[in-house]
Design a protein around this ligand. Structure first.
Ligand SMILES: [Fe+2]
Ligand SMILES: [Fe+2]
Length: 293
């Protein structure tokens, strides 16, 4: 009989095997470094993307698609950065790279579209937090990368353990059980936060990003907690409360008091996030319908 501990152990081994098969593409590391470097320019980002011709082609194809509704055709990546902004192009390039590197098959991918939509929405919400608070907390620079990756553990679950993932989704939907509790019950005491942080460590991501992935549902009370963790948590809750959760049943919307002190989830912030999400609606819909990739 398989015990809870066996399940947890086999998940860990599987995640280790996955990351041994392929390290994070160099271009993705470079793009993430640029996200956190205040001195980086649009040209640096464009140069990093252009190093991978397949990636720059996909970026240009997407920015020229109907999802962005641009008036004129964008011919080069630097132009895309000028027209759409640094964060937007970076988010797009990272999304494309992550989807390629996780190597989902068609079925796995279908099941995870709602999750990508949620991750993209959370990343957009993180950008709003970043713009609003970065002058006081420079550590928030690049938080949109954390927003994009915070639920990567669920991506691994859904793509490589689809049966377990489906059972968790059904348990939450049918019994109203808390989603993290359902994960702990079925995964031998671990959650998607643990799985995501294992992966992030294996990818050698910066500690603040690993912490944001590990603690985005439970930011610690200690003051040492990186602002990135609080911003990711607040952005995740607001995104869920605005209806952009991966699974409506059991979505977490309650901001922890400790994070609320640092990033207050007031009407102003929520309104600004709602507005940005509405503006990106065609792109978000394209992700959930699967037509984007
Ligand atoms: Fe999560
Ligand atoms: Fe989330």
């Amino acid at each position: 009989m398989t015990t809870a501990l066996d399940t947890a152990r086999s998940l860990r081994q599987r995640v280790d095997t996955l990351t041994e098969m392929g390290t994070l593409p160099e271009v993705m590391m470079r793009i993430m470094e640029l996200a956190r470097d205040p001195k980086s320019s649009a040209l640096d980002l464009a140069a990093a993307i252009n190093q991978e011709p397949a990636l720059s082609l996909k970026v240009l194809r997407t920015v020229n698609s109907a999802y962005y509704g641009l008036q004129r055709r964008i011919m080069t990546v630097p132009d895309a950065v000028v027209v759409l902004g640094f964060d937007e192009v970076e988010r797009l390039a990272l999304t494309i790279t992550i989807i390629d590197s996780v190597k989902l098959d068609e079925n796995g991918f279908k099941a995870l579209r709602a999750l990508w939509r949620h991750s993209l929405a959370c990343s957009i919400a993180c950008t709003v937090c970043e713009l609003r608070f970065v002058s006081r907390m420079t550590e928030l620079r690049g938080v949109h990368v954390a927003g994009l990756l915070h639920d990567i553990g669920k991506v691994i679950l859904g793509s490589h353990f689809p049966d377990l993932y489906t059972r968790i989704v059904h348990a939450v939907k049918d019994t109203g059980q808390d989603s993290l509790e359902a994960e702990r019950t079925m995964l031998g005491g671990i959650t998607h936060c643990d799985i995501g942080s294992w992966l992030a460590e294996r990818w050698n991501l910066p500690e603040a990003l690993v912490a944001a992935i590990r603690d985005h549902h439970a930011p610690a009370v200690e003051e040492q907690t990186h602002p990135l963790v609080h911003a990711t948590h607040v952005a995740d809750c607001i995104t869920n409360s605005l209806g952009y959760s991966a699974q409506p049943a059991g979505a977490h919307t309650q901001v922890s008091p400790v994070s609320a002190k640092i990033i207050p989830p007031d009407d102003h912030l929520t309104g600004a996030i709602r507005e940005q999400l509405l503006r990106r609606q065609p792109l978000l819909s394209a992700v959930s319908s699967g037509s984007m990739f």
